[in-house]
Design a protein around this ligand. Structure first.
Ligand SMILES: Nc1ncnc2c1ncn2[C@@H]1O[C@H](COP(=O)(O)OP(=O)(O)OP(=O)(O)O)[C@@H](O)[C@H]1O
Ligand SMILES: [Mg+2]
Length: 454
């Protein structure tokens, strides 16, 4: 772990650094924002500990401006209660009181490392993926990880790094979709001072930052074709050119790429280079959607319940039987990320001795539905049943009218289409519509649908 300690807490900061080093962290001490940015640009870091006396908000803004995602922990003497609150508000993840408590420093380092690499699984479908990952982790082969959003592509990439011979070196992630095309090249390969407007200092790119370690190229399908050519060259020759640089730089990295788009299709469409796909796709790990590995749901839910209880200083509560039923039945379109967010909310909302079903809410505050949504046939049957139930108690004339008006809406007021779908003549339709209009009921005009007619 690469740790930067910023600020002038004198003896106490040295004590904190010693503790961190005894836990295997490589520590750099900087005395202000400029120096910290210089180190981040030159080498990167996994964690930044800052003296609360420093302008924390300025650090947060500066890191954001350069898209550096290193988490920030503030530290200060324990009497700085207000400074601690301000630091958290300014964007620090945690506040660590000084003089440093060795256990607390160790816990923070561990939390940073663990939060990023714990991989939970129980379902046989996931077991196969994890087993393949473990088998190839120690090889140098590039790995392509695919799967829907939120299935754990980054988690498995970190797991691969942890199980590889490179685990003591950096793991660096770049999200190719989040960075504008014109900046991505310098983000990956770095730039020399003055290479372009805004290049105020030399900055090394992610390839150099990850040297000796692993580079995760997230959402690689979004990389522009011109840059794909440079990436291919970097992979083939293990050399990169900084933007505005004159000397190629040697790099030694293992590449893991992720995509939630089908890359073979992107190749056919011409938006992804075929030769690059072959280079990256030496090993392919396909992460199943959460609904394809139901055996993982409760294992993950329990893990997240423990994690968020601990993080919020709340008692660890077991998940009640009714809540488990809801969890297993839900569709989880947002995959593990959605489950994690649901459990985070549930932990905060739960009050009794267990986490009950009424704490299982959607972000909108609705209780998760117990619909057996994983099975499309069951879902269709359920919708049909709900519709029939809603018809009971209505007259045939009412139902006919709703059917006609809804169909007309669907056809945007086109009478000919609507009559065809309804299986009645256009003349019958016209007669019905004038009946409705005469009764004061709104009917869609051609080219329109009724506004919220229901
Ligand atoms: N098997 C797992 N064990 C523990 N946590 C997991 C697991 N899979 C996913 N998570 C958690 O779910 C969240 C989403 O995972 P991750 O970011 O790896 O997904 P992703 O596939 O990269 O998503 P996206 O396509 O949106 O980038 C993270 O907070 C991660 O910690
Ligand atoms: Mg991701």
């Amino acid at each position: 772990m690469r740790l930067i300690i910023a600020g002038g807490l004198k003896g106490q900061i040295i004590a904190a650094a010693k503790i961190a080093m005894s836990h295997g962290a490589a520590v750099t001490h900087t005395d202000g924002l400029d120096q910290t940015l210089a180190v981040l640009r030159a080498r990167g870091a996994d964690l930044l500990m800052i003296d609360v006396a420093q302008p924390i908000a300025a650090y947060v803004a500066a890191l954001e401006a350069e898209r550096i995602r290193t988490p920030i922990v503030a530290c200060g003497t324990s009497t700085d209660a207000r400074a601690a609150v301000a630091a958290i508000q300014a964007g620090a993840k945690e506040y660590v009181p000084l003089p440093p408590d060795p256990d607390l420093i160790a816990a923070v380092l561990e939390a940073v490392a663990a939060d990023q690499s714990s991989l939970i699984w129980r379902d046989p479908a996931m077991e196969r993926v994890v087993q393949l990952a473990s088998q190839i982790a120690r090889s140098e082969a590039p790995v392509l990880v695919t799967g829907e959003s939120g299935t754990g592509k980054e988690v498995i990439a970190r797991h691969l790094h942890q199980k590889s011979g490179r685990k003591d070196k950096a793991f660096v992630a770049v999200n190719c979709a989040a960075i504008p095309d014109n900046l991505l090249e310098s983000e990956l390969f770095g730039h020399e001072k003055g290479a372009f407007t805004g290049a105020i200092a030399r900055r090394i790119g992610k390839f150099e930052e990850a040297n000796g370690g692993t580079l995760l190229l997230d959402e690689i399908s979004e990389m522009d074709v011109r840059l794909q050519a440079k990436l291919l060259r970097a992979l083939q020759e293990r050399m990169i050119d900084r933007v505005g640089g004159t000397q190629p730089v040697k790099v030694d990295i293992r590449i893991i790429a992720t995509s939630n788009r089908n890359l073979a299709e992107a190749v056919r469409e011409g938006s992804f280079r075929e030769d690059l796909l072959y280079r990256l796709n030496v090993v392919h790990l396909r992460l199943p959607a959460l609904r394809e590995r139901p055996g993982d749901i409760l294992a993950l839910a329990e893990h997240f319940a423990r994690k968020y209880a601990e993080l919020n200083g709340l008692p660890a509560r077991p998940i009640a039987a009714d809540a488990r039923k809801l969890l297993v039945a839900n569709a989880w379109r947002g995959n593990v990320r959605e489950l994690e967010n649901t459990m985070h909310r549930a932990v905060l909302l739960a009050s009794g001795s267990e986490i009950a079903a009424d704490a299982m809410l959607t972000p909108e505050g609705e209780i998760l539905s117990a619909a057996p949504a994983r099975d499309p046939a069951a879902r269709a049957a359920q919708t049909a049943e709900a519709m029939t139930r809603s018809l009971v108690g209505h007259t045939v004339a009412d139902v006919e009218r709703e059917l006609i008006l809804d169909t007309l809406d669907h056809c945007l007021g086109n009478r000919t289409h609507a009559a065809k779908i309804l299986g009645i003549s256009i003349r019958t339709l016209r007669n019905k519509l004038s009946e409705y209009t005469a009764a004061g009921i709104t009917v869609a005009e051609p080219g329109q649908a009724r506004i919220s007619a229901a």
